[in-house]
Design a protein around this ligand. Structure first.
Ligand SMILES: Nc1ncnc2c1ncn2[C@@H]1O[C@H](COP(=O)(O)OP(=O)(O)OP(=O)(O)O)[C@@H](O)[C@H]1O
Ligand SMILES: [Mg+2]
Length: 225
């Protein structure tokens, strides 16, 4: 099978007026379908920048990024958005739920973008909330649930488009240890079901859950920190 992710020599330079900030300086990596990979590195080492590229939110200044064999680096914003909505699920440290929508409606959002009929998406959203153990919170808004519950909703939302790739940037960063472990258990189950997961973390306990750790330092992959 072809790699799910194949990145070669990714360079990302942010331009701020006259100043150039190099965030990635030649990152190459491969992730196979079904792998569970952690990315670790000091603050500012380029982890989120890399995640944005892997998630097709941004494109590299130089280098090649192939997702499921398709070159992403040369695609424009609309083309990347199209791939994102079909193939990628995101989980963020701050959950990023829409505060005016209920848990159920938040999970429905990606399916609205996919043009799924309301009945079908409502049914699927409920099933996903059940999947993460939150069916009983379906009609609560984000302010009416705990942090751990909010992250579960976010994970259900990330699964809504049946993504080829789940990307998580510090998914337990805002949670206490016990709640963080519940989220890790959920990732473990998703991995067992064959999902591909790439998780950025500072936390060795989170990284240890993965099958493999990729270390970044100063925008480069290094053997260890
Ligand atoms: N939008 C941006 N514009 C300019 N510079 C940026 C931008 N985003 C990140 N940077 C810079 O690029 C470098 C890498 O940032 P990045 O956010 O990828 O680091 P990180 O490893 O995720 O750090 P942290 O662990 O603190 O989240 C840093 O020097 C940062 O200041
Ligand atoms: Mg970051």
């Amino acid at each position: 099978m072809a790699p799910l992710i194949q990145a070669e020599n990714l360079v990302k330079i942010y331009r701020m007026g006259q100043v150039e900030v190099p965030a990635l300086r030649g990152v190459s990596l491969t992730v196979e379908p079904g792998e569970y990979v952690a990315i670790m590195g000091p603050s500012g080492s380029g982890k989120s920048t890399l995640m944005h590229i892997l998630g097709c939110l941004d494109r590299p200044t130089e280098g090649s990024y192939r997702l499921e064999g398709r070159e992403i680096a040369t695609l424009d914003e609309d083309q990347r958005a199209e791939i994102r909505k079909r193939r990628v699920g995101f989980v963020f440290q701050q959950f990023n739920l829409l505060s005016r929508l209920t848990a159920l409606e938040n999970v429905e959002v990606p399916m609205v973008y996919l043009g799924m009929p309301p009945r079908e998406r409502r049914k699927r959203a409920l099933a996903l909330l059940e999947r993460v153990g939150l069916a009983q919170r379906a009609h609560h808004r984000p302010t009416e649930i705990s942090g751990g519950e909010a992250q579960r909703v976010a994970i259900a939302r990330a699964l809504a488009n049946d993504p080829a790739l789940i990307l998580a940037d510090e998914p337990t960063g805002n949670l206490d240890t016990r709640t963080g472990r519940e989220i890790l258990a959920l990732f473990r189950e998703l991995h067992r079901e064959g999902r591909t997961i790439v998780v950025v973390t500072h936390d060795p306990e989170v990284a240890q859950e993965a099958e493999r750790i990729i270390y970044l330092r100063d925008g480069k992959v290094v053997p260890k920190l």
